[in-house]
Every structure is written in structure tokens, then in C-alpha cells.
Design a protein around this ligand. Structure first.
Ligand code: GDP
Ligand code: MN
Length: 381
């Protein structure tokens, strides 16, 4: 579960990590009021779950409340890499001397948390890791003994953090690790972590991902989840208890079982297409589950063709076929749908489709031919 910057900053503040004071605004008028309360120069920042907002014009400086209102008017409603801006974060402007990078994440290979620090922040950290690997100090943490102050000091020296900022960075690293553990986060990242003219070290950006599986330990996550899933399909899928992931292509994918769905994505890519999303209808997809799945998938306007890839084990293909007919009837979907049914009762399933499905539904025998057909139809649509 990825949070917005403002939510990450609010969590940081609760864990003692210094952040500029700020407020959320959903209208230009609210932005003006926030700027008035904060006082002085403010920065208006688009709240979208994607990096590089600065370069995309989603971060603007305002000298006074009038300007804050105007800048918010420009940024609200803007599209940043496919994400619409519904909120801005108004915060006290900072005077930056240096921009650093700090993060804690999981290294699954090492089975340990990984703390990273760099004196080259504010830019894409992947670029630093690639072009300047020595500038990125890394430390794996033994989860039993935890992150100690000497670890933080080692990172600060290794990353060559400026002397005047070292104390502040050490303190923030310790708190950041604590926040990572206490929040059950999978990522806490500060880019940039800044050293200001007044000598403070402050988190200017916040990227926080929480482990959805730990929700039961954090009652307040439910509220966070509500606000982070802006996407109507994701909301719909979550409400109906189906596993749905949004991607950015145009072929919708419905499969049963995570493994089959993953390989379907690969085969669509192999056929030269791009999945728009995928929905895993689970191991025992009954007719009504297929109806739910189709409703979620077809409500996404980006889907130009749909690939239904079912392997009948516990799920019987005839049942899926019936579910599909019911769903098509209910949703009145007219877009091209390619169906591949294999496994238990496949003959019956294919027969049901062939005899009773509308003409926009075609059956293919193999996964590859089905993917090729779906990609072709998406392009033609
Ligand atoms: P991102 O582009 O989405 O990662 O957004 P960031 O919050 O990291 O901001 C991008 C850049 O905008 C930072 O690296 C800063 O250089 C600049 N920036 C953001 N806030 C301020 C501010 O208060 N003062 C100044 N001078 N620059 C800022
Ligand atoms: Mn950033």
C-alpha cells in the first residue's frame, strides 16, 4: 500500500522525523487559507503516487497566499504520468544547502532490512546506483540486534555527508529505521533529505509503502487505504474481495490462480501487447465470481480487448463459460473477448461459448494463440 507524500510526512512527524509544516488542500481556496496559516513562502506540491513531480511541473513555489491559490489552481486537476492531481500539499518553503537520500527497505535476497544513504540526493537514486555506486552507502541490518547508532555513523561517514549535517542525519536514520519497523513498512524513503541554511536536516519528500498484510495490527491503516485507492476499479475490486492490479496497457486479463495470471502477462508481452490490468479470480471461480471479475475489468475504459485464460482444475470450464455468458449479458460488453479454456470440462466449456456467446467472443485453443489474438484485437479496436 503506497501512501501519498503528505501521509508519509504525517507519519514521519509522529515518529520524530523533522518535516516542514504543511497542510493538505483540495481547492485553490483551501490552498490560500493553508498558505495564510503557514505564513511566508510556501511550496505547492501535487499529491500523486509517482516520482518526478518536480520535473513534470507538479511542484511550485509561491511567495504569498495569492500565488499559492493561483499555483494550486494550475496544479489541481493536472495529469502527471497518468495520475490526476486531486490534492496538493502546501508546506513552508525550505532553503536548501544540500540534498541527500536516505531509505530503509527490505532486501529479500539477504532476508534483512537494508538502509541506504547518499550525499547525492534529489535525483533518481537508480541513476546514482548505476553511475556512481560508491556514492550510495548500504548497510544490512540484523533484525535481532536492530539498527544501532554506530551503524548510522558508519553510513554517514561512508556516504561523505557534510560535517555540519552529520548529527542531524544520524538522528534521522535512527528514527527512520524505527519508523520502518513500527509501521510494518516495506519502504520508507526520503529523497531529498535536505540540509538547510539554518543548519537543520529535514525530510523534504516522503515515500512510504506499508505492508497490507500487517493491516490487522494497525487499525488506522483502514482509513489510509480508503484514501490511497483513488482508482475506481481498485476500490471496486477491494470491496468485492477480488485480487486486481492496474497496469498501463490495453489488454485486460482474467485468469484463475496467481501463477497462471503471471504467465498470461508474460505471454501477452511476448505477443507484443501490453496488459491493462489483471484480475485473479482465484482457484475455484464460480459463475458469480466470474460476473464480479468481468464487471471490475470491463469498467476500466482503457481495456480494448479482454483475454480470459482459465485452467480448469477445481474450477470447471463449463462453469466459467456460464459465468462469462451471464456477465456478458449483465454488462452488455461489446469489446472483443478472447477465451482460452483448458482442463476440467474444457470441451463443454468451449461448446457453451461457441453456441451461445455473442459474436464479440472468440475461443482460442492455446495460451499463445489467445494472447496473440487479444493483442491484435486491442490494436484494431
Ligand atoms: P519529486 O520530484 O516527486 O521527487 O518531489 P520532491 O518533493 O522530491 O521535490 C523535487 C525537488 O523540488 C526537490 O529535490 C527540491 O529540489 C525541490 N523542492 C521541493 N520543495 C522545495 C522547497 O521548499 N524549497 C526549494 N528550494 N526547493 C524545493
Ligand atoms: Mn523526491
Amino acid at each position: 500500500m503506497d501512501l501519498f507524500e503528505y501521509q508519509g510526512k504525517q507519519l514521519f512527524a509522529r515518529h520524530g522525523i523533522p518535516v516542514p509544516s504543511g497542510e493538505v488542500a483540495e481547492t485553490p481556496a483551501e490552498a490560500r487559507a493553508a498558505a495564510e496559516r503557514i505564513g511566508g513562502k510556501v511550496v505547492v506540491k501535487a499529491q500523486v503516487q509517482v516520482g518526478g513531480r518536480g520535473k513534470a511541473g507538479g511542484i511550485k513555489l509561491a511567495e504569498n497566499p495569492d500565488e499559492a491559490e493561483a499555483r494550486a489552481g494550475e496544479i489541481l486537476g493536472m495529469d502527471i504520468k497518468g495520475h490526476t492531481v486531486h490534492r496538493v500539499w502546501i508546506e513552508a518553503a525550505s532553503e536548501i544547502v544540500k540534498e541527500y537520500y536516505a531509505s530503509v527497505t527490505f532486501d529479500r535476497g539477504e532476508k534483512k532490512p537494508l538502509v541506504m544513504l547518499s550525499a547525492m540526493g534529489g535525483v533518481d537514486i537508480e541513476d546514482v546506483a548505476h553511475n556512481n555506486p560508491d556514492a550510495l552507502a548500504k548497510l544490512h541490518v540484523d533484525p535481532l540486534t536492530g539498527f544501532q547508532q554506530h551503524h548510522a555513523r558508519w553510513l554517514v561517514y561512508t556516504a561523505k555527508i557534510d560535517e555540519g549535517a552529520q548529527k542531524g542525519v544520524v538522528a534521522i536514520l535512527e528514527k527512520l529505521y524505527q519508523a520502518f519497523i513500527e509501521l510494518d513498512a516495506t519502504l520508507v524513503e526520503i529523497n531529498p533529505l535536505i540540509w538547510t541554511k539554518s543548519g537543520d536536516v529535514v525530510a523534504l519528500d516522503a515515500k512510504v509503502s506499508l505492508d497490507g498484510n500487517a493491516m490487522f495490527r494497525h487499525p488506522d491503516y483502514t482509513e489510509l487505504r480508503e484514501s490511497v485507492t483513488d482508482d475506481p476499479q481498485e476500490k471496486m475490486a477491494h470491496d468485492r474481495g477480488v485480487t486486481y492490479v492496474k497496469l498501463d496497457g490495453d489488454v485486460g486479463i482474467l485468469g484463475n490462480g496467481a501463477g497462471l495470471v503471471m504467465s498470461t502477462l508474460d505471454v501477452v508481452a511476448l505477443a507484443g501487447g501490453r496488459p491493462a490490468n489483471f484480475l485473479d479470480a482465484g482457484g475455484g471461480s464460480k459463475a458469480d465470481e466470474v460476473v464480479t471479475a468481468l464487471e471490475v475489468l470491463l469498467s476500466d475504459p482503457k481495456v480494448k480487448s479482454l483475454l480470459v485464460n482459465i485452467f480448469g482444475g477445481i474450477t470447471r470450464c463449463d462453469e466459467v463459460a456460464n459465468g462469462l455468458l451471464t456477465a456478458l449479458d449483465q454488462t452488455k460488453a461489446t469489446l472483443p473477448i478472447v477465451v482460452r479454456l483448458d482442463g476440467t470440462n474444457e470441451e463443454e466449456g468451449r461448446k457453451i461459448i461457441a453456441e451461445r456467446a455473442p459474436s464479440n467472443v472468440v475461443v482460442e485453443k492455446t495460451m499463445l494463440s489467445a494472447a496473440e489474438r487479444a493483442v491484435e484485437l486491442a490494436k484494431g479496436a
